[in-house]
Write a protein that binds this ligand. Structure first.
Ligand SMILES: NC(=O)c1ccc[n+]([C@@H]2O[C@H](COP(=O)([O-])OP(=O)(O)OC[C@H]3O[C@@H](n4cnc5c(N)ncnc54)[C@H](O)[C@@H]3O)[C@@H](O)[C@H]2O)c1
Length: 382
């Protein structure tokens, strides 16, 4: 076999190597990103794993690539990315091993995303003490926008799992970016709310005194405070709670964000997406998606995952009075968060337009030069 041809990761699947998907983790060096990368490396449905961040990616990639799971990096390349080999011989020809590749900095975003089937985005700041929701929004909105512009350009057909908070607003931002790029497909944009379900299962199992793996609590609405609406009347297996238990559980699930932060739930959701993409039947998870379940354009509910992403949005099912009241509260806050995301994008467009006009007037850059990419806005974190 010709050495050059054998070494090219992209050639592996075409050559009948391991079946699997190409997955990128964007924000791979962060708290969520590192554990998530490790968990994705262990996932047998992943054949190529790209780890991207604006800092520290080489170290994380080295760590992940040295795990002695079935995943062994394929080859070192000279095109700016990092590709680690842990064994000197076999990996060259054995395409059923996983390629782990690290990318760092904005200039490598395109290479990190090109050809990806699934892009998982935990990039951005978590909320820290003293930080307002607006502070978090302003920082993460810009980060999500620029990453999604990269997705639209480099892998427009990829399914996106968006983890960066505030998910209630970042998903509408991503949708606007994709709409403007002409690549928007609502089925492929999924806000990750599995963490709320994982917490709900754990807390309900504690109250019931059973194994959390046996419990399934649908959690609908959104992914912050009162927008997180656990449907305790629809818990599987069927059970009932006293009013005190309902109030305690609802409050704890809605505020669970302060108790635990984990990548496990994100990896579980990504795995469900990959199984759906493979064509497995009956994969149902809660996710924050474009929806007609309520009058709001985005809403978290159970969705059936398939080859194209969220193939079907399932109805809420019967709600009791407590849940109906919770739903009204959730909708009010959600509506504001969605509007905030859309306004951010409208303001960004206006900002770009006025910068553009300024450049045309002051620098003599003309419309044609802009159209050919001679000029682009210089403040990515606007
Ligand atoms: N949806 C969920 O269930 C859920 C759960 C936990 C955390 N989160 C959110 O996920 C995000 C990450 O949390 P964390 O604890 O890992 O934070 P962190 O600060 O530890 O990590 C964030 C990472 O994002 C990187 N980053 C920043 N800008 C980037 C860019 N433009 N491109 C690529 N990477 C970039 C940072 O360098 C850092 O490595 C936060 O917004 C947090 O609120 C969501």
């Amino acid at each position: 076999m010709e050495e050059g041809a054998a070494l090219r990761p992209a050639a592996c699947r075409a050559k009948g190597g391991a079946p699997g998907f190409k997955v990128a983790v964007v924000g791979a060096a962060g708290g969520i990103g590192q554990s998530l990368s490790l968990l994705m490396k262990m996932n047998p449905l992943v054949s190529v794993l790209h780890l991207y961040d604006v800092v520290n990616t080489p170290g994380v990639t080295a760590d992940v690539s040295h795990m002695d799971t079935s995943a062994v990096p394929l080859v070192v390349t000279s095109d700016g990315g990092f590709l680690f080999l842990t064994a000197p011989h076999a990996p060259y020809l054995n395409c059923d091993r996983l390629g782990v590749r690290g990318f760092i900095g904005q200039q490598q975003l395109e290479a990190a995303l090109t050809g990806m089937d699934l892009v998982i985005i935990p990039a951005g700041l978590p909320r820290k003490p003293g930080m307002t929701r607006d502070d978090l929004f302003n920082k993460n909105a810009g980060i999500v926008r620029s990453i999604c512009e990269g997705v639209a350009k480099s892998c427009p057909n990829a399914i996106v799992n968006l983890i960066s908070n505030p998910v209630n607003s970042t998903v509408p931002i991503a949708a606007e970016v994709f709409k403007r790029a002409g690549t928007y497909c609502p089925k492929r944009l999924l806000g990750v709310t599995t963490l709320d379900v994982a917490r709900a299962n754990t807390f309900v199992a504690e109250v019931l005194g059973v194994d959390p793996r046996e419990v399934n609590v649908p959690v609908v609405g959104g992914h912050a405070g009162v927008t997180i609406l656990p449907l305790l009347s629809q818990v599987s297996p069927p059970c009932s709670f006293t009013p005190d238990e309902i109030s305690y559980l609802t409050n704890r699930i809605q505020n669970g964000g302060t108790e635990v932060v984990e990548a496990f739930a994100a990896a579980k959701f990504a795995d469900a997406c990959l199984r759906g993409m493979r064509g497995d039947a009956g994969i149902v998870e809660c996710s924050y998606v474009a929806s007609e379940v309520t009058e709001l354009p985005f809403f978290a509910s159970k969705v059936r995952l398939g080859r194209g992403g969220a193939e079907e949005i399932l109805p809420l099912g019967p709600l009791n009075d407590f849940e109906r009241a919770g739903l009204e509260k959730a909708k009010k806050e959600l509506s504001e968060s969605i509007q905030k995301g859309v306004s951010f994008m409208n303001n960004w467009t206006e900002h770009v337009y006025s910068l553009r006009t300024l450049h045309i007037c002051s620098l003599g850059v003309d419309e044609q030069q802009i159209a050919f990419g001679y000029w682009a806005p210089s403040s990515p974190d606007f």
